[in-house]
Design a protein around this ligand. Structure first.
Ligand code: F0G
Length: 475
C-alpha cells in the first residue's frame, strides 16, 4: 500500500504511511487511518496500525530519542509517548493531544527483588501509576484522543473497571475537544477511580452488571450512535502503550531485559508490548526480544486456562479457535463471573485475547495465575519498598515470584515488573489488608479478604495522652 490520502476533519487532510490492518493472515484487509473501526469489517478480527516503515524517517539508533530531553519545553518532546513519535507515526504533529503523560520511572528495588527471590540489582519496577490520571492508561489515551481529534469525533466513550474511564475523562476535561460518557460495572469499581470520572465531569453510567457486560453494551451503543470508542479494541490506543517498553529500554540504557512481567486483564498492554518489540526487531533497533510473562488473577483467569491448560497458540495466525469458543460457551452455561480483589483485572472476556496470543508467540511468553492473597502480600512488599501500587499491579510481582520459585526465571535474570496503577486508586484494599478489617473487605470490596496478612502494618490505637503515646513508641 502506498501513502494514503486521508479525509479527516476539516483542516486535517494529510498523507500518511500508516493504515489499519486486520491481524488475521488469511484476511489482511486494510483501512485508512481516517476510519473509526474497532474490528475488521470483513472478518471481525482485531485491527493493528501498520506502517510503511521504508517510507518513513526511522532513527538509526534508539539513542537518537534521547536528544529530545534537551527540548522538553516542546509538549510533544516532553511527552513520554510522543517523544517516540517516529515509532507510532499515524498523526500529524499539530493533531497530537498531550497532557504530559509518560513521565514515569524504572526503579531497581532491593526489597521487592528479595521478595521475588532475585539476585541484588536484578529486579526493576516500572511505575506507570505516576501518569497524570494515575495509571498506564494515559499512554494509550493520548493516542486515542489524538485520533479522535484527527477524525473530528464529538463524543467518546469507554467501558471501564475504573482506570480507563479516569484516563478518558482527564483527556476530555483538559483538551475540551469532545464530550465523554463512561460505562462502569455497578459492582467493584474502586472509589479512587470512580471519583476521578465524576470530578472530571464525565457522564458516568453505572451499568447493572460487571465489566464484561459494560463493555458489550458500550460497543453496541458506540456502533449505533457513531460514538468514538476508547477501549483497547481501538488500535490507536495500543500504539501509545508501546511506549512503556521504549521507556523501559531507555532506563536500562537501551539494553533489553530478560523478562517483562505484566498483569493481564483485557490484555491490551501485553498485546502492545509484543507489537513494540516485534517492530523494534524488524527495524533493527534491538537485537533480541525479552520474554513476556502475563499474570492473571486466579478469579479472572481466561488467558491462563486457554494458554497454559488448553495449549491455545497463535500459530503464526493459524489459531484454532474451537477451544476458545467452547471455553466461552461453558462459561456462559455455567454463568461463571470474574471475581478478584484486583478489580482492575476482574475480566473474563479479554477483548485482546488474539493479539495477546500473538505477543506471547513473539516474546516466547508464559502465563500464570495468582491468588488474591498472593496479590495483596506482593502489594505490601511493593509499598514497603517504594512508591506502592494498586492490587492489580502487584499481580506482576506475585507472578514473578511464582516464576522464580518454579525456576522459569533465574535469580540473575533482569526482570521488569510493570506497576500499572497508583497506590491511591484503591485505598480500601490497602487499609483492609493492613488493618485486617474483614468488614471492610466484605462491605466495600465484596470479598472474604485474605487468610493472613503476613506483611500487615496495622495502625496502633493509642489514648490521647503524651505518656501513653511515649509508652507505645518505646515498645
Ligand atoms: N492494571 C490496571 C491498574 C488496570 O487498570 C488494568 C485494566 C490492567 C492492569 C489490565 O490491563 O487490560 O491491558 O490487560 N484496566 C481496564 C480499565 C480494564 O477499564 O481501567 P490490560
Amino acid at each position: 500500500m502506498i501513502g494514503i490520502s486521508v479525509n479527516l476533519a476539516p483542516g486535517h487532510k494529510t498523507i500518511m504511511h500508516a493504515f489499519q490492518h486486520c491481524i488475521a493472515p488469511l484476511c489482511q484487509a486494510t483501512f485508512d487511518v481516517g476510519d473509526m473501526l474497532t474490528s475488521c469489517p470483513d472478518c471481525g478480527n482485531p485491527l493493528d496500525i501498520s506502517y510503511e516503515w521504508d517510507k518513513l524517517p526511522i532513527p538509526r539508533s534508539l539513542r537518537e530519542f534521547e536528544a529530545r530531553w534537551s527540548t522538553r519545553r516542546n509538549p510533544v518532546d516532553y511527552s513520554g509517548v510522543w517523544r517516540f513519535r517516529e515509532l507510532l507515526p499515524f498523526a500529524a504533529e499539530k493533531d497530537i493531544v498531550t497532557i504530559g503523560e509518560g513521565q514515569t520511572i524504572l526503579q531497581q528495588s532491593q526489597t521487592v527483588g528479595r521478595y521475588v527471590g532475585m539476585n541484588p540489582g536484578s529486579l526493576f519496577l516500572q511505575y506507570e501509576g505516576l501518569n497524570p490520571s494515575g495509571s498506564f492508561k494515559d499512554n494509550g489515551m493520548t493516542a486515542a484522543s489524538t485520533h479522535a481529534r484527527m477524525i473530528g469525533a464529538k463524543v467518546a466513550a469507554c467501558a471501564s473497571t475504573g482506570n480507563t474511564s479516569a484516563s478518558l475523562a482527564i483527556y476530555a476535561s483538559t483538551a475540551q475537544l469532545f464530550k465523554v460518557v463512561v460505562f462502569v460495572g455497578s459492582g467493584k469499581i474502586a472509589y479512587g477511580k470512580l471519583s476521578q470520572a465524576l470530578d472530571y465531569n464525565a457522564k458516568t453510567l453505572q451499568v447493572l452488571g460487571d465489566f464484561d457486560d459494560a463493555l458489550e453494551r458500550v460497543r453496541e451503543v458506540s456502533g449505533e450512535r457513531g460514538i468514538y470508542l476508547c477501549n483497547s479494541v481501538n488500535p490507536f490506543r495500543l500504539e501509545g502503550q508501546k511506549t512503556i517498553m521504549y521507556r523501559v529500554l531507555e532506563s536500562l540504557n537501551w539494553q533489553v531485559p530478560d523478562w517483562i512481567v505484566v498483569p493481564g486483564g483485557n490484555l491490551g498492554n501485553s498485546s502492545a508490548f509484543g507489537k513494540a518489540f516485534a517492530e523494534l526487531k524488524h527495524l533493527g533497533l534491538i537485537d533480541r526480544i525479552p520474554r513476556l510473562a502475563v499474570i492473571n488473577a486466579a478469579g479472572a483467569n481466561t488467558l491462563y486456562r486457554l494458554y497454559e491448560q488448553h495449549d491455545v497458540r497463535w500459530d503464526g495466525g493459524m489459531l484454532d479457535e474451537s477451544p476458545i469458543d467452547s471455553f466461552f460457551a461453558d462459561m456462559d452455561s455455567e454463568n461463571r463471573k470474574a471475581s478478584t480483589i484486583a478489580s482492575a483485572i476482574e475480566i473474563n472476556r479479554p477483548v485482546n485475547l488474539k493479539k495477546c496470543l500473538r505477543a506471547l508467540e513473539t516474546c516466547d511468553g508464559v502465563v500464570r495465575q495468582v491468588t488474591d492473597q498472593e496479590i495483596l502480600d506482593a502489594k505490601a512488599q511493593v509499598g514497603a519498598g517504594g512508591f506502592g501500587c494498586e492490587p492489580a499491579s502487584a499481580a506482576s510481582v506475585a507472578g514473578a515470584r511464582q516464576l522464580r520459585a518454579e525456576g522459569v526465571i533465574a535469580p540473575s535474570d533482569r526482570v521488569v515488573c510493570i506497576l500499572t496503577g497508583h497506590q491511591l486508586k484503591d485505598p480500601d484494599a490497602t487499609v483492609a489488608y493492613h488493618s485486617g478489617n474483614k468488614a471492610l473487605f466484605a462491605e466495600k470490596l465484596g470479598t472474604r479478604g485474605v487468610e493472613s496478612a503476613a506483611w500487615a502494618n496495622s495502625p496502633i490505637v493509642v489514648e490521647n495522652n503524651l505518656r501513653k503515646i511515649i509508652e507505645v513508641l518505646e515498645q
